[in-house]
Design a protein around this ligand. Structure first.
Ligand code: HEM
Length: 582
């Protein structure tokens, strides 16, 4: 894979020369710079003539504006002349580029005129409605324009989709000139303080406060809890079923419960069900048109968000009272196995007390604790970022294994052998992180499923200034999307990319990476890398282990249509399977 990557880099370097973001490459290095000195002088003369012509056009415009009394005629004339000037300056730009005097061309594709934006937005919506999923829109344009990128216009904004590891590295690793940008609906539903949507500076402080919560203790406790929940569903509930089971429904339930337990602790079944249906409404509204009219999906999503916020606010108030009580009774809070919400509140309380004792209103660690609003937005963000993604990934993994029965059998025999050894030591005890680390083939299966499913198909970033990506000029304000799915299906990076082949990840464990850099972007990369990636892999491994060691399965419905308006690609059928006990 390393070889492949260096070949790719060499090929990329030969035709692109530079990938640096903000600075154009040195003139001599730029592509298409082979003009001879005579053509240079010719072009120089042409440029001088153009300058003269432009000045003349401006003069004519000014004269017409100041002398003519017929406003309508003026306006029409001015528009025509300006249009003519626009055409000239485009030609100038093209010629200048050949002369190495101007930035390189924009990525192939159409620009941002309003009518083109309408055409493309309609095509985007229709891809979604067709059951082929939103990514079909992107894929069709990749085919039309070829790698490494193309340009389009959606909802009035210019979007560029890039699919080269080098461009991904420059956008994700040295993301100085870019900021993350989600569609307005997502930002409104998750809240302005959400980690997913926060601007560069706000994000750093939020991440510093939230990342420590994903520690070894939280990971081990999520694994133990998820193990119990998955066993309950797979071995007990499914054993009582006489019809096909819908994997997506089960996966959504089990991931929701595990993630909520980790974030806000156990609640009653009724409260959890209400919360789950509100979270679903928020998720469904994320790609809806931002209409606030009653009856619309966006409106329903906003109302659901408000209900979630009310419930969480009450929870915070009651926990704060408890913390005060504990302080009065001088009880040690470190004895408790705290959920994320409790940890954030305790941390804040400790910081506040220590700054009161020091009698200094601010100290250097102020940014390490979160306000109520920041906590609320990020609890909701973590539920949504963690539940739907992981449940969708589990569902695709089950489908890929249903379509590859031989591999399913091989995996089963390996996992059964492992389960026997495991039972030997501790009769049917929970799976621990140590067990999970020894599941090499299962881990390869998880990775291959994640690659093929590419749950987060692209990651949007907005250019904060004019720059270059993959050798193309990007204007300030354009949205550059790192097209992870295209990278995952790139035949120069993965042999037979459309084939489900877990063996391509042989020799890797949960901690080592062996792919070419920036070619496996399932969880993103750089400062915005997924915070829950280990949790997601753990949940997938546990689910897979219990499924494969208890059941054989096949698809009960082969309809490949994707769900409409889904933020992440998933089967409309929810992946119903027929189970046979082993
Ligand atoms: C298979 C499951 C998952 C996938 C495919 C996934 C994928 C991703 C990706 C690609 C990003 C980066 C997006 C970007 O750079 O624009 C991301 C960010 C994030 N993910 Fe995940 N994720 C998964 C599970 C989880 C889980 C279980 C959690 C937590 C409970 C989680 C929490 C987050 C958070 C908080 C961020 C934002 C990080 C930041 O901006 O600093 N994710 N995820």
């Amino acid at each position: 894979m390393d070889d492949m990557h260096s070949q790719l880099q060499a090929a990329g370097a030969a035709c692109q020369q530079s990938n640096s973001l903000l600075l154009p490459p040195p003139a001599a290095d730029r592509p298409c710079s082979s003009s001879s000195s005579s053509s240079l002088s010719l072009l120089g003369t042409a440029a001088a003539a153009c300058l003269f012509l432009s000045a003349a056009i401006y003069c004519i415009v000014v004269i017409i504006v100041t002398t003519s009394s017929k406003q309508n005629i003026n306006n029409r004339l001015i528009r025509r002349l300006l249009k003519f000037k626009g055409r000239r300056s485009k030609n100038d730009r093209r010629r200048d580029y050949n002369n190495n005097a101007a930035p390189p061309p924009p990525p192939p594709g159409r620009g941002s005129s309003w009518w083109w934006s309408v055409v493309e937005t309609l095509a985007f919506v229709s891809a979604n409605r067709s059951g082929r999923g939103l990514y079909h829109f992107v894929e069709a344009r990749h085919r039309r324009y070829g790698p490494p990128c193309f340009r389009t216009a959606l909802l009035g904004a210019t979007h560029v989709f890039v699919s080269s590891p080098d461009a991904a590295r420059s956008l994700l690793a040295d993301a100085g000139g870019f900021s993350k940008r989600y569609v307005r609906t997502v930002a409104e539903l998750l809240g302005e303080h959400s980690l997913l949507c926060a601007s560069h500076d706000a994000h750093r402080a939020l991440r510093r406060a939230v990342a420590p919560l994903f520690n070894a203790q939280a990971t081990a406790s999520l694994a133990a809890n998820f193990d119990a929940l998955a066993r309950r569903i797979i071995t007990r509930d499914w054993a009582a079923k006489t019809t096909a089971v819908v994997v997506l429904d089960a996966a959504l339930d089990v991931t929701f419960e595990a993630i909520c337990d980790m974030l806000i602790g156990r609640t009653t079944t009724l409260k959890r069900r209400r919360l789950q249906s509100d979270v679903l409404a928020v998720t469904r509204a994320m790609l809806a048109f931002p209409l606030r009219l009653p009856g619309t999906r966006f409106h329903a999503g906003l109302r659901a968000r408000k209900r979630i916020m009310d419930v969480l606010r009450q929870e915070i108030a009651s926990r704060q009272r408890n913390i005060m009580d504990m302080e009065e009774m001088e009880e040690d809070d470190s004895k408790h196995d705290n959920d994320f919400l409790q940890s954030l509140l305790l941390l804040r309380r400790r910081k506040m007390k220590s700054s009161q004792q020091q009698q200094s209103p601010s100290n250097s660690n102020d940014h390490l604790f979160l306000t109520d609003d920041q906590i609320l937005d990020n609890i909701l963000t973590l539920i949504i970022a963690g539940q739907v993604t992981t449940a969708s990934a589990i569902t695709w993994m089950v489908k890929y294994l249903a379509d590859n029965k031989d591999f399913q059998e091989t995996l089963r025999s390996v996992q059964l052998e492992m389960a026997l050894k495991h039972q030997h030591g501790d009769s049917d005890g929970p799976l621990t992180l140590q067990h999970l680390n020894s599941m090499e083939l299962a881990y390869m299966t998880v990775k291959e499923s994640l690659r093929m499913a590419s749950i987060v198909s692209w990651f949007p970033r907005v250019a904060l200034e004019d720059c270059q990506v993959a050798g193309f000029h990007i204007n300030k304000g354009w949205i550059v999307n790192i097209d992870a799915r295209a990278l995952h299906y790139d035949a120069t990076l993965y042999d037979n990319p459309t084939m489900f082949d877990p063996s391509r990840f042989k020799g890797e464990d949960m901690c080592t990476k062996q792919q070419a850099p920036y070619s496996f972007l399932v969880f993103g990369a750089g400062g915005r890398t997924c915070l829950g990636m280990n949790l997601a892999k753990i949940m997938m491994l546990i689910f897979l282990h219990h499924l494969v060691t208890n059941w054989r399965w096949e698809m009960a419905d082969d309809d490949p249509s994707l769900e409409k308006w889904a933020m992440f690609p998933r089967l409309k059928s929810g992946c119903p399977i027929h189970l046979t006990p082993i």
